[in-house]
Ligand binder design. Structure first.
Ligand code: ADP
Length: 526
């Protein structure tokens, strides 16, 4: 239905232009031209196929096993939560189609997840691969970037709009996406002498609203261009309103944090409840202790009871040992080893990793205390100069072993020297081929001595010229000169002197040959 009082696009443009001019002066104009890249994505149709979920928890675990090493408990708990969530989505969709009233009345507690664990142990990696497998969009953000009002930093609702972008404008699919918020431990409201810090609390409340159910406008209120475009679209479509909001009822929320001080909170609680029973808290690893975390512990930490209450699934990711890091390098399908192999292969260089080398990388990475992230840090530190120096150096393969990891500079120097030798051999082969072709044309034997070859290689390198071109230039008069000696049995030995003074060398050889021939001709037949 068309709204009689809605302004025309021209009126909107005029009003906005007047507004801009009043604010910024008459040199300002306002265009309603929207470039294709600025356009809000149109809701895409996925061939009319509604989103369907059909995985078993064990399928999800098996998929995660391909990429994520260890974290078996986390994989299992996450797999179950994801299956519960999306099976419920399937069920509700069907019910909504059949009996909307019943659908509205059906209660369901969403299986939102809180992941605990130190940095770099695979929390994001797990969630990303779950989203990939399920085929839903995935958005990640740090809780610290949001503020309560959305004026500073980002607005939590932007996350939902980002899901639509990730789904290429498919609003329907976006509503089944996964929003992953890291560093939620940093928005815990800490107690201070002046009372509770409210900023973190505000962000928790904003997130809570999203986690429950809310309609998020497709275009942010402060996105003037988006708002304007919406008005224009409304006009163009003859007043038929398009879907303008995204419902978060079926969005799966996963939050995470390191909760570094949680150990103290849990230990304190355990100690209090076991006083007099001879318990010795403190002997467990962080992971083991975190498994015992309770809602009260989270509240004590500074999370609002309503917030933590919306996160019924708790998953603990463990710290990774040296052996785990080694396995990540060797076995994970996403191993950075593959990245390095590809990076060097792009320059025609094959790189091989030896087990002992991988082990040392894992040991050094563990010292970084940043989980699997340390692997990349260590590899970059060691291999950066190889990536710079080796391409174009003549080296076409090398092995990353213990020796290289422990003394990369020494190995690089050796490789560069080998590369130079290989390059020289290649150039020498081109020079030899050049003279062979020349010789066979006139049925002659022509040879280059080793010092002559060395001289040619040196000049090709110093003049930065192709060996074939260099030879063609040096021996340009030989085409004609050698014709005079066609079929001679005595070989022409090209020495260093021949490279330095090619023409004189050739004419002297021809004269010598001529004299020798005459001598043979003059001498009485034997
Ligand atoms: P965080 O736990 O801080 O979210 P990430 O999941 O972002 O850490 O891990 C950073 C990178 O380290 C990943 O992209 C992945 O390459 C690697 N990684 C981390 N943990 C694992 C693991 N358990 N198995 C395989 N790779 C891992």
């Amino acid at each position: 239905m068309s709204e009689p009082n809605s302004p025309s696009p021209e009126e909107i443009q005029k009003k906005l232009t007047d507004f801009m001019k009043s604010q910024f002066g008459s040199h300002v104009s306002f265009s309603t031209q929207v470039s294709p890249s600025d356009e809000q994505p149109e809701p895409a149709q996925r061939g009319g196929e509604p989103f369907e979920f059909h995985h078993l928890p064990r399928d999800i675990k098996a998929h995660l096993d391909r990429y994520v090493i260890r974290q078996d408990d986390a994989k299992r708990v996450l797999a179950i939560a994801v299956c519960d969530h999306y099976n419920n989505v399937n069920y509700m969709r069907k019910l909504e189609a059949e009996d909307e009233k019943k659908a509205r009345e059906t209660e369901y507690t969403k299986q939102n997840v809180i992941l605990l664990g130190p940095t770099g142990v695979g929390k994001t990696y797990l969630v990303k691969h779950v989203a990939d497998l399920v085929g839903v969009p995935f958005v990640k953000a740090d809780a610290t970037k949001f503020s309560e009002t959305g004026y500073v930093g980002g607005d939590v609702e932007d996350l939902v709009r980002e899901l639509v972008q990730r789904a290429n404008g498919d609003i329907d699919l976006a509503q089944y996406g996964i929003i992953y918020i890291d560093e939620v431990d940093k928005i815990a409201s800490t107690s201070s002498p002046a009372g509770r810090d409210v900023s973190g609390r505000g962000v928790q409340t904003a997130l809570l609203k999203l986690m429950e159910e809310t309609e998020v406008p497709l275009r942010a209120p402060n996105d003037i261009q988006g708002q304007l475009q919406a008005a224009l679209e409304f006009q163009r479509s003859g007043g038929r309103p398009k879907r303008q909001t995204i419902n978060t009822r079926h969005v799966l929320f996963i939050v995470s944090g390191a909760f570094e001080k949680m150990r103290g909170v849990i230990e304190h609680r355990v100690r209090q409840s076991t006083i007099g029973f001879g318990a010795h808290p403190g002997s467990e690893s962080d992971g083991e202790l975190l498994e015992q975390v309770t809602t009260a512990d989270f509240v004590e930490y500074g999370l609002e009871p309503e917030f933590i209450g919306r996160l019924p699934v708790r998953v603990v990711c463990r710290e990774l040992s040296v052996a785990d890091l080694f396995e990540i390098l060797q076995r994970s399908e996403g191993s950075i080893i593959r990245q390095y192999e590809r990076a060097f292969r792009a320059y025609g260089i094959e790189v091989f990793f030896e087990e002992a080398g991988l082990h040392r990388i894992a040991e050094l990475a563990a010292e970084e205390k940043t989980g699997a992230r340390g692997l990349l840090t260590v590899c970059e530190r060691i291999l950066r100069s190889f990536k710079y120096e080796l391409p174009g150096s003549g080296v076409n393969r090398f092995t990353i072993d213990l020796g290289l990891i422990d003394n990369p500079e020494k190995r690089l120097a050796e490789l560069l020297e080998q590369g130079q030798r290989a390059l020289a051999d290649e150039l020498a082969a081109v020079a030899r081929e050049f003279v062979q072709r020349l010789a066979s044309r006139y049925n002659l034997k022509v040879e280059l001595t080793e010092p002559a070859l060395a001289k040619l290689v040196e000049r090709a390198a110093s003049d930065n010229i192709h060996m074939r071109d260099l030879c063609a230039e040096i021996f340009k008069d030989y085409e004609f000169g050698l014709k005079l000696a066609e079929g001679a049995s005595e070989p022409l030995i090209l020495t260093e002197e021949a490279v330095a003074n090619p023409d004189r060398y050739l004419s002297e050889w021809l004269v010598k040959r001529y004299r020798a021939d005459r001598k043979v001709g003059e001498s009485p037949a034997t």
